[in-house]
Design a protein around this ligand. Structure first.
Ligand SMILES: NC(=O)c1ccc[n+]([C@@H]2O[C@H](COP(=O)([O-])OP(=O)(O)OC[C@H]3O[C@@H](n4cnc5c(N)ncnc54)[C@H](OP(=O)(O)O)[C@@H]3O)[C@@H](O)[C@H]2O)c1
Length: 407
């Protein structure tokens, strides 16, 4: 067999340690498959190792530190020194993708990042290779397992958001500081990467509009159940007239939607294109060994000599106003004519109602409705007008929905 391939490992935390273990177990198999047996030549942590010495003694760098700095500089130095790089770092790619891909192209070496999006699900490889010549119209899904666990827990037990989050932390599905997961920023970074790959256009994190799940109320989930809906935090990247839209938001789905049975800490991604109709992939979105398996897959691809070249082919603008369907929750005075006034405001804004549930609560009533798709600017105007009505007892609560029903 040829010389071993020497891997410099940056970071030995949850994923780095799992990767080192998996590599030790699988080195023989990788050697048989690729002709070169991998071995770890050096490890960098905060307290141990020297990057320059590791780079010098490595043929390939695996970056599992996380965050933009100092990971960015390490990756740049490695690429410029002609070393292929494998990373699981979504922040790095979502913020500095253009720069890093350009350096990799210039240096003629591979930069692989399967583990940066949706853990063990091979969506990056699918977009770059399997669908590399397919005109993708939409890529969307559940790309954050922490929030999917919290929403599943709230729906199943009626728990408040804070209690479901505490349970996720207890089980290790949420970090001690869960902000980036629950506010949608983590999913936004992943969607920036997927949009770039799907549409061959530069997209950075700052262009992704995102909302999180912190203000979801248990009664929204209870009403949704009556309407046959389940709630997910969705990342959606779609090609629209005039450009693309890349967003993250909580969204209700009807039963039968391919994403509605995805529960707990799992991820699922759907790809739509005229040529392939619709492809759905689901699986574990995080975890040390699951993520390490995707990292090792990238190492195998590099050793096997596959060389996907990431290039942007066009500059597509972000479309500001998109069409969505909404779930709308209103607390109103329970007296004759109220429903007609609300219907009037919606009608004035050319919005029609798909379904409605009404409940009396003392002298007041709760109106929960699903609206047909309309431009979001129209919906916002309708909500502003509804808020002015004297019959309203609290601020309207709105959550996006996909109104498509499956049989
Ligand atoms: N955990 C997951 O389930 C998961 C899933 C998908 C993707 N990822 C991605 O995988 C990467 C690693 O995540 P992780 O969960 O393994 O992180 P982690 O457990 O926090 O480990 C980070 C490692 O990097 C080292 N490190 C941090 N800052 C450093 C610095 N300035 N210089 C040198 N070493 C430094 C740490 O050193 P010390 O040991 O000295 O602290 C530690 O060994 C991240 O990009 C993350 O987004 C993780």
């Amino acid at each position: 067999m040829a010389d071993p391939v020497r891997i410099g490992l940056l970071g030995r935390g949850t994923v780095g340690a799992a990767f080192a273990e998996l590599l030790a177990e699988q080195a023989g198999a990788v050697g048989s498959a690729t002709g070169r047996r991998p071995e770890i030549s050096g490890v960098l942590t905060r307290s141990d190792g020297d990057f320059g010495a590791i780079l010098e003694s490595s043929d390939l760098i695996v970056e599992l530190i996380g965050g933009a700095d100092p990971a960015r500089q390490f990756v740049i130095d490695a690429l410029r020194a002609g070393r292929p790089v494998v990373t699981a770092n979504k922040q790095l790619l979502a913020q500095h993708g253009d720069e890093l891909f350009a350096i990799a192209r210039e240096a003629g070496v591979q930069l692989r990042f399967e583990a940066a999006v949706a853990g063990a699900i091979p969506i990056v490889r699918a977009l770059q290779e399997s669908f590399g010549a397919t005109e993708i119209t939409k890529v969307f899904g559940i790309v954050n397992g922490t929030t999917n666990f919290i929403l599943s827990e709230m729906a199943a037990t009626g728990a408040a958001y804070e209690d479901a989050l505490a349970r996720a932390q207890e089980l290790g599905y949420a970090e001690a500081d869960p902000a980036e997961d629950v506010n949608g920023a983590d999913a936004a970074a992943k969607m920036a990467i997927l949009a770039r790959l799907a549409f061959h256009t530069p997209v950075t994190l700052s262009e992704v509009a995102y909302e999180g799940i912190e203000s979801i109320q248990p009664d929204d989930l209870a009403y949704a159940k009556e309407l046959g809906l389940s709630l997910k935090l969705l990342g959606v990247a779609e090609r629209l007239k005039g450009g693309i839209s890349v967003r993250v938001f909580p969204c209700f789905l009807y039963g039968g939607h391919p994403l509605s049975p995805v529960e707990g800490p799992f991820n699922a991604v759907m790809v739509e294109a005229p040529a392939i109709t619709e492809v759905t992939m689901s699986g574990p979105g995080a975890g040390g060994v699951q993520t390490a398996s995707a990292v090792l897959g990238d190492v195998v691809s590099i050793l096997a000599g596959d060389a996907p070249v990431h290039e942007t082919r066009e500059e597509l603008p972000i479309v500001a106003d998109v069409a969505s369907s909404f779930y709308l929750h209103l607390e109103v005075a329970d007296r004759p004519g109220v429903l007609a006034r609300i219907a009037q405001v919606l009608g004035d804004n050319e919005i029609s109602v798909k379904s409605v549930v009404q409940r009396g609560i003392g002298d007041d009533a709760r109106l929960v409705m699903v609206l047909h798709e309309c431009l979001e600017s129209r919906f916002e105007a309708a909500v502003a007008a509804l808020s002015e009505l004297d019959v309203l007892r609290g601020a309207p609560r709105a959550i996006r929905a996909i109104e498509e029903e499956f049989v």
